[in-house]
Design a protein around this ligand. Structure first.
Ligand code: D5M
Ligand code: FE
Ligand code: ZN
Length: 471
């Protein structure tokens, strides 16, 4: 369209027009465009500038431009992906996968020899420095206070002694059942002169590489991390949630909300729970969570993974919340399994409810509920979210061990213990989100003081975080 004609048309309608607008229309518009622009002009405008032409308003690249936040990409833990092995006895497959994948992370540092070759009578390694990688099958303490750890690989098993007077003994004391460790040390006969034993010089864990650096997003955007809403419980804090919800309306810079499980209090999770429930059916509890999610800004992309109070199988990996409970949720919610690896604007977030934290606190000396950050660190060092089999965390037999931390995440997001904590370990940000329920009668008995109504905001472009409280 001719530029002079454009100017004339605006003039006929009583408007002056800026040259950028003229250029824009001459390149991509017909007469209909001019009529559209004129029709939508606010009262009082006499000069038409790019500001008045919605299609010309550039996409904002400042931090407020998260209205266009992309859908989270589920890298691991997509709904329906964790399938139990047909034969529950075949947990061997899963442990074999755990061993293989964690051993691979240490092979270069440890140069392991198969254990069978170390224990064979007359083997050529006796009294030599050797390396091995094994899964911990039993742990004991000798009369002199040394740690004796039995480890196994697919070829055999052997005892390793960690001397209490050696440097690094604290890490050896923190060895837990079913984790995979590497050892370098001296192969020798035990004190009875019978079987072979390794006297450890150095303990290795799969760990996060020292060279790991955080990889923030190249795009602007922010995400909120919460957990353990416990809707339905009479200790759920509706006023605090309302404050949070109202605040979210004002935070146009936030594009994502991630929730790490226990969104409802559930039904029949602990004895006499019904006496502590305000909402007594599981469907009504989820419908209410759906209402809470729908009241949040719909520009948000919400990701929900389940916890031990949710209406899914307790054994981990836990499936995503089934369709029958999702009826009242808005379409901007994505349901994933527990655990799940979620990519938001190229930042990888490992979501895990954290039931194993109870077990890890029990087994790691000095660990406590008030220092959950150390437990997230323990998971990262072991590259496993919950190694200990047969304690409080039920583990499902699957062909791949879903709790192995295969790829180093940028953020690990847990919950469950209702006490918030944030750490940074070798470039990985660890966020244990608190809860949205006040102290329960059980927690009172156990002397657990929760940190309710907190939300952690992470700037995806810098991975800097900020904590907000809504009590
Ligand atoms: O777990 C909240 C926290 O309370 C978590 O650290 C476990 C602990 N907890 C809760 N119930 C029990 C029982 N019955 N025994 C031991 N520890 C418990 P949540 O998953 O929200 O219940
Ligand atoms: Fe919880
Ligand atoms: Zn929980």
């Amino acid at each position: 369209m001719d530029k002079r004609e454009i100017v004339t048309r605006f003039a006929d309608a009583g408007f002056l027009v800026n040259h950028q607008v003229v250029n824009y229309i001459s390149e991509c518009g017909g007469t209909g465009v001019i009529e559209g622009i004129i029709a939508s002009l606010p009262n009082g405008v006499t000069v038409v500038t790019p500001k008045e032409v919605p299609a010309m308003i550039p996409l904002r690249t400042d931090k407020l431009n998260v209205g266009v936040s992309r859908m989270p990409e589920i890298l691991f833990g997509r709904a329906g992906s964790s399938v139990p092995l047909p034969d529950p006895e075949s947990s061997y497959t899963m442990f074999r996968d755990r061993y293989d994948s964690l051993a691979a992370m240490m092979r270069g540092r440890v140069s392991p020899i198969p254990i069978e070759a170390l224990v064979r009578t007359g083997n050529r390694f006796t009294d030599q420095q050797i390396g091995l990688v094994g899964m911990v099958s039993s742990i004991s303490t000798s009369a002199k206070g040394h740690r004796i750890v039995e480890v196994e690989d697919s070829t055999g098993c052997i005892k390793v002694l960690f001397n209490r007077n050696r440097e690094g003994f604290t890490e050896a004391e923190a060895i837990i059942p079913d984790e995979v460790i590497g050892v370098k040390g001296q192969l020798a006969r035990d004190s009875m002169g019978k079987s072979q034993m390794v006297f450890s010089d150095t303990l290795y864990r799969p760990d996060i590489p020292l060279t790991n650096v955080p990889s923030p997003s190249k795009e602007q955007g922010k995400a909120v991390f919460i957990s353990d809403i416990h809707v339905g419980s009479n200790t759920f804090l509706p006023e605090a949630w309302e404050k949070f919800s109202a605040w979210m309306q004002t935070r146009e810079d936030i594009g994502y909300l991630l929730i790490a499980g226990d969104v409802v209090d559930g039904i029949g999770i602990y004895p006499d729970q019904d006496k502590e429930l305000d909402i007594k059916t599981i469907y009504e509890q989820y419908d209410h969570v759906g209402d809470l999610m729908a009241a949040l800004p719909d520009r948000l992309k919400i990701v929900i993974s389940p916890g031990n109070h949710d209406a899914v199988r307790g054994a981990e990996p836990q499936p995503a919340l089934p369709e029958e409970f999702r009826g009242n949720f808005p379409p901007n919610v994505t349901f994933v399994e527990n655990p799940a690896l979620v990519n938001i604007q190229s930042v990888n977030v490992l979501m895990y409810h954290g039931r194993s934290i109870d077990d890890l606190i029990k087994f790691i000396p000095g660990a406590s509920y008030t220092k959950v950050g150390e437990i997230m660190e323990a998971m990262l060092k072991r590259r496993h979210l919950g190694p200990i089999y047969g304690q409080r965390t039920p583990l499902l037999s699957t062909d791949k061990d879903a709790l192995v931390i295969r790829d180093v995440p940028d953020i690990i997001h847990t919950g469950h213990v209702h006490i918030s904590d944030i750490i940074s370990y070798r470039g990985v940000l660890g966020i244990n989100a608190g809860t949205w329920q006040s102290q329960t009668s059980f927690q009172k008995q156990m002397n657990i003081t929760p940190t309710p109504a907190e939300a952690v905001v992470v700037d995806l472009a810098t991975l800097a975080y900020e904590k907000f409280c809504f009590l």
